[in-house]
Design a protein around this ligand. Structure first.
Ligand code: ACK
Length: 284
C-alpha cells in the first residue's frame, strides 16, 4: 500500500484581493512618482541603477521574478519552503496558524522603501498578526545581495523566456494602466495620523520585516525586499542613536522621504492606510 504525503505550502501570508492589489499599485506608483520629483532622490537612485530618465526609473521595478506573474499582492508571514526544516513544520502544525486560515485581517500600510534593488510597502502588524509572524526580522543579508560599498548599477537583464506583449503589459509590468477586470471591492481606507514621535522609526523588533513587495529591479528576487527593509530598520536605529548624523529629509504632501545612504530611501506616510487581507497558504 502506497503512503501519500500531504503537499506542504511554499509560504503563508496575508493576501489582498485583486481590486485592492491594483489600487495599491496605483497608490504606490503615485508615491514613487512624488519621490522621483524630488531632484536629489532621482539623482541618488539613478547613480545606483542603470536608468537614463525619471520615466525609466518609474518603470524599473517589476514583478517579473514572481512565478505566478504577481498580480495578487501579499505579505509573507512565513516562508515554509514546503516544510523544509523543523521550524517550518512546527509553523504549519501550529493550531493558531491552522485556525487563522481563511480569516480576514486588516493590513496597515505605514510607508514605502525604495532601494536600487526593490520597491516595497512597509506594514505595521497588529498583535493578532504578530502571533502568525514567522519571518526572521534579523536575518543576515546574504552577501550576493548585500550593499556594495561602491555604487553598483543594476543592469537591465534580458528576459529569460519570451513573453507576449500582452503578458508583459498586463501581468508583468507593475504599473500597467490596464487593470484586470475584477468583481472584488476596493477596501483601502485612510486611517489616523501616525504619531510624530514614531515618525522615523515606526517599527522595530518583531514584525519589522513585514512588507509587500511592489516590484524588483531587473534580476532581483522578491526575497530581497525583506532584506532591504531589515537594513533600513537597522539604519533607522543607528540614526536615532547618533546625535550628529543628520540625514537628508524631504517633506512631501502627506509624507516624508529620507535618505539612508547607498541608494536606500524610506518614505513615511503621515496617515496610514488600511487594506483587507485574507490569511492563507500559497502552494505554487
Ligand atoms: O516579497 P516576498 O515576501 O519575498 O514574497 C515572496 C514570497 O516568499 C514568494 O517568493 C518570499 N521569500 C522567498 N524566499 C524567501 C526566503 N528564503 N525567506 C523569506 N521569504 C522568502 C518572497
Amino acid at each position: 500500500v502506497k503512503s501519500y504525503q500531504p503537499v506542504q505550502p511554499l509560504y503563508y501570508g496575508w493576501f489582498l484581493n485583486e481590486a485592492d492589489s491594483w489600487k495599491l499599485c496605483d497608490i504606490a506608483k503615485s508615491w514613487l512618482q512624488a519621490a522621483i520629483n524630488v531632484e536629489q532622490f532621482y539623482k541618488d537612485l539613478s547613480h545606483h541603477i542603470d536608468v537614463v530618465s525619471p520615466e525609466e526609473l518609474l518603470r524599473t521595478y517589476s514583478r517579473q521574478t514572481y512565478r505566478d506573474g504577481g498580480s495578487i499582492l501579499h505579505c509573507t508571514a512565513n516562508f515554509t519552503a514546503r516544510g523544509k526544516d523543523e521550524s517550518s513544520r512546527e509553523y504549519i502544525n501550529n493550531p493558531i496558524v491552522k485556525s487563522a486560515m481563511g480569516k480576514c485581517f486588516p493590513l496597515h500600510v505605514i510607508g514605502f522603501i525604495i532601494t536600487p534593488r526593490t520597491f516595497g510597502v512597509r506594514l505595521r502588524l497588529t498583535v493578532n498578526q504578530l502571533d502568525l509572524w514567522g519571518q526572521d526580522d534579523t536575518e543576515t543579508v546574504p552577501s550576493i545581495i548585500s550593499h556594495p560599498h561602491e555604487p553598483k548599477k543594476h543592469k537591465r537583464n534580458e528576459p529569460t523566456e519570451k513573453k507576449t506583449d500582452k503578458e508583459n503589459d498586463i501581468r508583468y509590468s507593475l504599473f500597467s494602466t490596464t487593470p484586470l477586470h475584477s468583481s472584488c471591492t476596493v477596501t483601502i481606507t485612510q486611517l489616523n495620523s501616525l504619531s510624530q514621535a514614531d515618525q522615523f522609526h515606526p517599527t522595530s523588533g518583531k514584525g519589522s520585516r513585514a512588507h509587500i513587495t511592489m516590484g524588483c529591479a531587473p534580476g532581483v528576487k522578491p526575497v530581497t525586499t525583506g532584506f532591504d527593509l531589515i537594513d533600513i530598520v537597522r539604519r533607522e536605529k543607528e540614526a536615532q542613536s547618533s546625535l550628529t548624523d543628520v540625514l537628508e529629509t524631504f517633506t512631501l504632501p502627506g509624507g516624508t522621504l529620507r535618505n539612508y545612504g547607498e541608494g536606500s530611501w524610506a518614505l513615511y506616510l503621515d496617515k496610514e492606510l488600511q487594506i483587507s487581507s485574507l490569511f492563507s497558504a500559497y502552494y505554487g
